[in-house]
Ligand binder design. Structure first.
Ligand code: HAM
Length: 426
């Protein structure tokens, strides 16, 4: 047998247990988001946490921070090179192609909820294991579909009660427009080499647009004066961006156009966006996404337009807290206690009836003191207590106590479930 360890084991850095007292707010959030996504016709998809590393290299891009520095990658026993998913868009696209989900459909939406993995330096709102809820929409590439996703995003925030966020949109243009722009940008950045940070100099060689992501003050000075991608857009891209703006205004969805939004993943084309929240500090993006019209083909599928977004769940919860929104409190439940081991069978049977009617129940089977039962029930914040003692047993009733008002009454065994349901409104 293994010897007991003196050093208790701990969860890995940046990976956190979600304890029962927090799980309720997670569940509340998940239920509300699901409801919004489902009511807009999106269907859930679940994909494996582990994928061939090639999937992320080919979609997110080898030179991106996510792939170059942040993936949890390993070889399995069969020497296959694998990675824990750092995001889910790539996996969803893989699944759409693998299972021919687009066949016979003009357009369709998928949503997901799951854990993602990035080996970043942990800090507030930045974890190595974190959760995302996301939506991906496949179909024609048009401003109407961009607006559909932005509406869904705004509906999601309304459903969870978040108000102080800011939606920032930008347009990355077509591949050709981007290529022309990158030449201009390269000349400008080369001319300002001396003022750039080490990191930005590296990005200049590998992933130039990401220089705009830098928060280092010396880089910000340079990028603020840099030529803007927005100014290099062709007629069609410009019109699409205008059309999105007009439609958002018509829907009263507040936004700003932010030319600095470039996104850290290579697959984006066209409209991109980020949502930030002031409660978060340095890691202030609560969600992000955009159009990625070439990815399905890049990964071997048909020509199929696509766009989507993902929300960071930990950051949504921090933002809700920052807005002073109380997370869900413990659900109402009934505490069951018997005053003798002899009544256990009856009490257990009554509890089983209540539980199978959907009532949440708790109990302490080994306790037989009335005072301790009631103390227990009130410490756990029970809404009602059901107590079975000798005199109740004789009369075929239980004592039901309202833990808030202190009021108590006798309820016959066969009326208990119905009485509990009515009182709890279940
Ligand atoms: P992303 O910007 O990499 O995009 O991540 C989306 C959101 O996930 C972020 O805005 C943030 O809220 C959350 N997030 C990212 N990294 C962390 C972390 N280390 N800790 C906590 N939260 C984090 C994507 O993942 C794209 N797949 C979004 C998308 C979907 N684009 C099109 N469809």
């Amino acid at each position: 047998m293994t010897k007991p360890s003196k050093e208790p084991l701990q969860a890995l850095k940046g990976m956190e247990d979600i304890l029962p007292q927090s799980v309720r707010s997670w569940q509340g959030l998940e239920a509300k988001l699901r409801q919004v996504f489902e009511s807009w016709g999106f269907e859930e998809i679940r994909t494996p946490v582990v994928e061939p590393i090639e999937l992320f290299k080919r979609s997110i891009g080898e030179e991106t921070d996510i792939v170059a520095k942040e993936m949890f990658e390993f070889k399995d026993r069969g020497e296959r090179h694998l990675a824990l998913r750092p995001e889910m868009t790539a996996s969803v696209v893989r699944a759409v192609i693998e299972h021919r989900l687009s066949e016979g459909k003009k357009n369709f939406g998928l949503y997901y909820w799951g854990s993602m993995y990035r080996a970043e330096r942990p800090q507030k709102g930045r974890k190595r294991e974190f959760y995302q809820a996301g939506c991906e929409f496949f179909g024609e590439s048009c401003p109407e579909h961009d607006v559909l996703l932005l509406t869904l995003l705004s509906e999601a925030f309304t459903a969870i009660g978040l108000t102080q966020y800011q939606l920032k949109i930008n347009h990355l243009g077509t591949e050709a427009e981007r290529a022309t722009y990158l030449k201009t940008l390269k000349t400008y950045l080369e001319d300002n080499r001396k003022s750039l940070s080490e990191d930005s100099l590296r990005r200049l060689e590998t992933n130039m647009l990401r220089v705009f992501d830098s928060k280092v003050p010396q880089d910000v000075v340079v990028t603020q004066k840099a030529p803007r991608l927005l100014d290099s857009l062709g007629e069609k891209s410009r019109q699409d961006l205008e059309s999105v703006q007009k439609k958002l205004k018509g829907l009263s969805i507040p936004f700003i156009v932010e030319p600095r939004i470039v996104r850290g993943l290579d697959y984006y084309t066209g409209l991109v966006f980020e949502v930030t929240h002031p409660a978060l500090g340095a890691q202030d993006a609560i969600g992000a996404g955009g159009r990625y019209d070439s990815l399905v083909q890049t990964l071997g599928g048909p020509a199929l337009g696509a766009s989507g977004f993902a929300l960071g769940i930990e950051r949504l919860l921090l933002s809700l807290e920052g807005e002073g929104r109380r997370s869900e409190t413990k659900e109402k439940f009934v505490y069951f206690g018997s005053l003798s081991g002899d009544y256990f069978d009856k009490l257990h049977e009554l509890r089983r009836q209540a539980a199978s009617a959907g009532i949440r129940t708790e109990a302490d089977y080994l306790q037989v003191s009335l005072k301790k039962h009631l103390g227990n029930a009130s410490k756990r914040e029970a809404r009602l207590s059901v107590i079975l003692g000798e005199s109740e047993m004789g009369k075929g009733v239980v004592l039901v106590k309202d833990m808030a008002s202190g009021e108590q009454r006798e309820v016959p065994f066969d009326k208990l479930t119905e009485t509990l349901k009515a009182t709890l409104n279940v």
